[in-house]
Design a protein around this ligand. Structure first.
Ligand code: TXA
Ligand code: MG
Length: 315
């Protein structure tokens, strides 16, 4: 945080975006809505601004950040794009996909952004507020999810204010995030193979034309943010529960009701959008434990179950 004032709450209108852009230009930290979750943004070329992200989140220094761009030209100034990588970027951006690529020599990035890795994670988000902010500030923006390290990611400005209020310069309120899960992370290797490092909202079947897609989700070494215990609501979480026990806050799905439901109609896209709000509610409830109904492993259900397994892993 650069100033000694409390966190500014800004509406995501022209005036709010202009104010946020000035804060970012001068090295401050602003929480920003994207189509996935809220990000905690700082200019990616400023070492002390980037250090501020790690400090505000309590994030371990070995866990690198995603850089958000407005144009492919900005992305190509930061990473080496093979023709294959360029075709993939053109097919999936803007949208909820992060590409891990070789970092370009001399790229104007603070060293802390990639935490010592020779690669860089890049994303062109689809959310108009995040895009306007990159344009207005003239800065590419490093932005992890806007939550304390290991806690549940935020999908509303209120989630951010409850956990990072007073520790960051401003929050741009652009309403609830549409997808509700962090981006799909895809590494594009030198040998042209593709590897999913984190499942997310993106339908991987759309990548099949670019070659076979492997998964390295469990390894958790190259994408250190993929720690086994993550997204913790601060109390035990029991999965695949048919009904709650007396001391459990129940998160329902489909035919299984609860204190809240991810989707009464059993719609997985709706469930993804509601997942983190449900975990925040369960964390804030008076019950000491949380139970979650079974979620099918199909489509975005695989990404929901990935987050739920990490939320339930004992720490
Ligand atoms: O949807 C999203 O991706 C959100 C919004 C704000 O864009 N951001 C987000 O950031 O989820 P974060 O920091 O919570 O997760 C970033 C993940 C971490 O697991 C990190 O380890 C991984 O990306 N990552 C970053 N740079 C990497 C790299 N060079 N190679 C492999 N993994 C990387
Ligand atoms: Mg995160």
């Amino acid at each position: 945080m650069t100033g000694k004032n409390a966190t500014e709450m800004l509406q995501a209108d022209r005036a709010g975006i202009a104010r946020a852009a000035r804060i970012l230009q001068s090295g401050g930290l602003v929480a920003v809505p994207t189509e996935t979750v809220y990000g905690l943004a700082a200019r990616a070329d400023d070492a002390s601004a980037v250090a501020g992200i790690y400090a505000a989140k309590g994030r371990p220094g070995f866990n690198p950040l995603i850089v958000h761009v407005d144009t492919l030209e900005q992305a190509e100034a930061l990473a080496e794009f093979s023709p294959q990588a360029r075709r993939i970027a053109q097919a999936v951006w803007p949208g909820p996909v992060t590409l891990v690529l070789p970092r370009r020599d001399g790229a104007p990035l603070a060293a802390g952004v990639s935490a010592g890795l020779p690669t860089i994670a890049l994303r062109m988000p689809a959310h108009p507020v995040m895009r306007a902010l990159i344009r207005e500030s003239g800065c590419v923006l490093a932005a992890p999810s806007a939550n304390p390290s290991n806690a549940v990611s935020p999908t509303t400005a209120a989630h951010v204010a409850a956990s990072l209020g007073g520790r960051i310069d401003a929050i741009l309120d652009g309403g609830a995030c549409e997808a509700g899960l962090e981006s799909t992370i895809l590494a594009i290797r030198h040998d042209a193979s593709l590897e999913v490092l984190r499942p997310g909202p993106f339908d991987l079947r759309r990548l099949s034309e670019f070659g076979p897609v492997g998964a390295n989700i469990a390894a958790g070494i190259e994408a250190p943010g993929q720690l086994r215990s993550h997204y913790s609501p601060g109390k035990p979480v029991r999965l695949a529960a048919g009904m709650p026990e007396a001391d459990e806050f129940m998160i329902g799905f489909g035919g299984i009701a609860g204190d809240v439901t991810l989707s009464a109609g059993g719609d997985l896209t709706e469930a993804a959008a509601n997942l983190y709000a449900a975990l925040h509610s369960g964390g804030a409830s008076s019950q000491p434990r949380i139970a979650v109904a079974p979620i099918p492993e199909t489509g975005v259900g695989a990404a929901i179950n990935d987050r739920l397994r990490r939320a339930s892993a004992s720490r």
